[in-house]
Structures are given as structure tokens and as C-alpha cells.
Design a protein around this ligand. Structure first.
Ligand SMILES: [Zn+2]
Length: 319
């Protein structure tokens, strides 16, 4: 199917409902609210403590607004699998897949809440395909942004909130080709490269220059790794990268024998290293007989080009 033929099909989808409205399998209920709050670390007592809720402006327990969509989601077994489209959105995704736009990534989600949900409410989702963009060139590859809008209603058919969700369906960009070996064998696949983002690119840039850094909170001094924007101790967003000595010891390790993974020579030792500064890093242990690796084994970091153009910290035994 050509691009023009694909785009000619879009009007069959834009403005269409996914299918019939979907009512959540369970009414809003206290156990699910408690599990959500525990998982999300939300300690607001108006969600879980009846006494605190009574003296709040709600006068009773309410559900966290961000649970809105969760009340309408199908369980895992019902949401697994893509072979036969069960609704208009899946039909659209299947069409994209058939045309080579096999990648999918969620790009943004906006939710609005009209009222707090409370135990006993039942929630129904009414989802429609709102728009499909022109073909766009993105860093991931060329593709189309598909925007869907979901209206959430309660048992009285009154709207309680809405959500706009956007995904990019894209043709994955070609990976750089590796040269064939001199004997004409097909190019050897490379290792899986760590993704670099706004939040961790600085750490990898330092590795490229041969430095092992640790992220340190500028407010409370707590160290953290892998890099991330916020301190888990004090929630500060201020941080700096401080040099590590590279000295450490094995906290735990595994040796991977199977399954084979393209780009890796097995068996390979993967360890959690306690760095002497007080944080941990996951890395390979090299040049050590695999049956001699043990907990508390002293190791030292070396940053090496493990394949052309890919610098990685690895650890060697020093005791
Ligand atoms: Zn902190």
C-alpha cells in the first residue's frame, strides 16, 4: 500500500469511536485506592483515612483523580495480543503496521478532572480517534501522530473528566550498517546501546571521555545512580556529577550463559558493584575466571571501548 493509499483510509477512522463505551470492571473501591496510593507513594490521607477524609472539604473518602483511567482499564489477559483488532484504534494500528509503521511510542497525555470520584462510582470510557497528522519526520523515524480523546462518565452519564492521548506510529529508522568482515561474512551485530536522554546524557558523555561520575544531590548530598532528575531523599532537582575513584566490591552477580544475545559473547558476568563512595552500579566483570567471582570481591573500574565507538565502564578483580 502506498502512502497515498494509506492516507486515503484515514477518513474511515478520524472522528470514529474505538467501539462501544467501556465500563470499568470494578466500581471505585477502597482496596484499589489503597494499592494505588501505596504504589505511587501518595500519602494524602483523604484517599485512605476515613477520619481525615471526614474533616476534609469532601467530607468522605475520595479517589486520587489520576486514577480516572485506571477504573476503566481491562485486565492484563484481556489487553494482551494484537492479532485480531477488537476496536477501531487497533484496526488503525494494524493498518499502520501493514504499511511498515510498526513502531509506536506515546508522546503526550493530558487529563482534566471535572469532579472527584468516590467509592461506589462506576466509570465508563468513551474513546474516539480525534486526529491523524500528516506524515512527519522524527528522530525515531517517519510516522504519523494519532490523537485520541476519551471522555469519562459516571453511573449517571455525567462527565467526570477527559483525556487526550497522543502516540507516534513510525517506521523505525534504519540502524547504522556495520561493515562486513574481511571474509565476506555478514556484519556482526553490535551491542545494545544505552539510550541517552536529557537526564542521563551528561553521564555517558563523561564515560566517553574516560570518567566515571556519580550524581550527587546538591541539597542533601545523597548519591544516586543511574542518573535521574530528582533526589529520592529530599526531592531536590539540583545535582552535580562528582568523580568516582572506581574502587568497589561485588555486591551480587550473575553469569549469563543463555539465551544468546546478538552482539554479546557468552558467558558474560554482570555484577552489582558497591562503589566505595556509597552507591552502586551495574557493569560487566572482565578478565576474571567466572567461577572465582564472589561477593565482596574487590574490583576496580576501567572505562574501555568495548566495541568501535562504544565506551563502557567494566570492572576487574584487584584482590
Ligand atoms: Zn537530596
Amino acid at each position: 500500500m502506498t502512502k497515498e493509499e494509506l492516507e486515503a483510509r484515514f477518513p474511515d477512522f478520524v472522528g470514529q469511536a474505538f467501539g462501544p463505551p467501556e465500563t470499568g470492571p470494578d466500581a471505585v473501591n477502597e482496596p484499589m485506592i489503597r494499592h494505588w496510593c501505596e504504589t505511587m507513594g501518595d500519602a494524602n490521607p483523604i484517599y485512605t483515612d476515613p477520619n481525615a477524609a471526614k474533616s476534609s472539604r469532601h467530607g468522605k473518602l475520595v479517589a486520587p483523580p489520576t486514577m480516572m483511567q485506571a477504573w476503566t482499564m481491562a485486565g492484563f489477559p484481556m489487553s494482551a495480543g494484537y492479532d485480531e483488532p477488537r476496536d477501531k484504534q487497533e484496526e488503525l494500528h494494524k493498518l499502520f503496521n501493514e504499511c511498515g509503521y510498526t513502531g509506536v511510542v506515546a508522546t503526550d497525555c493530558r487529563q482534566e478532572y471535572t469532579r472527584y470520584l468516590e467509592p461506589g462510582d462506576t466509570v465508563t470510557a468513551h474513546a474516539t480517534i480525534e486526529s491523524i497528522s500528516e506524515e512527519k519526520a522524527t528522530a525515531l523515524g517517519i510516522g504519523y501522530f494519532v490523537e485520541t480523546r476519551t471522555r469519562f462518565t459516571d453511573q449517571n452519564d455525567i462527565e467526570v473528566g477527559s483525556m487526550v492521548f497522543r502516540v507516534l506510529k513510525f517506521k523505525p529508522a534504519q540502524q547504522p550498517q556495520r561493515p562486513a568482515s574481511s571474509d565476506g561474512a555478514p556484519p556482526k551485530p553490535g551491542r545494545i546501546r544505552a539510550p541517552r536522554s536529557f537526564d542521563n546524557g551528561w553521564w555517558w558523555d563523561a564515560v566517553d571521555k574516560g570518567h566515571l561520575l556519580i550524581q550527587k544531590c546538591k541539597e542533601c548530598g545523597v548519591l544516586r545512580h543511574p542518573p535521574r532528575p530528582m533526589c529520592h531523599g529530599c526531592h531536590s532537582l539540583e545535582w552535580e556529577g562528582v568523580p568516582s575513584s572506581g574502587q568497589g566490591s561485588v555486591n551480587s552477580w550473575v553469569v549469563l550463559h543463555h539465551p544468546p544475545i546478538p552482539g554479546y559473547d557468552l558467558p558474560i558476568a554482570i555484577a552489582v558493584i558497591d562503589l566505595e563512595e556509597g552507591t552502586r552500579i551495574v557493569a560487566n566483570i572482565v578478565d576474571c575466571p567466572l567461577d572465582e567471582i564472589h561477593i565482596d570481591m574487590k574490583v576496580e573500574c576501567s572505562i574501555e571501548e568495548v566495541e568501535e565507538g562504544y565506551m563502557l565502564p567494566v570492572f576487574r578483580r584487584i584482590d
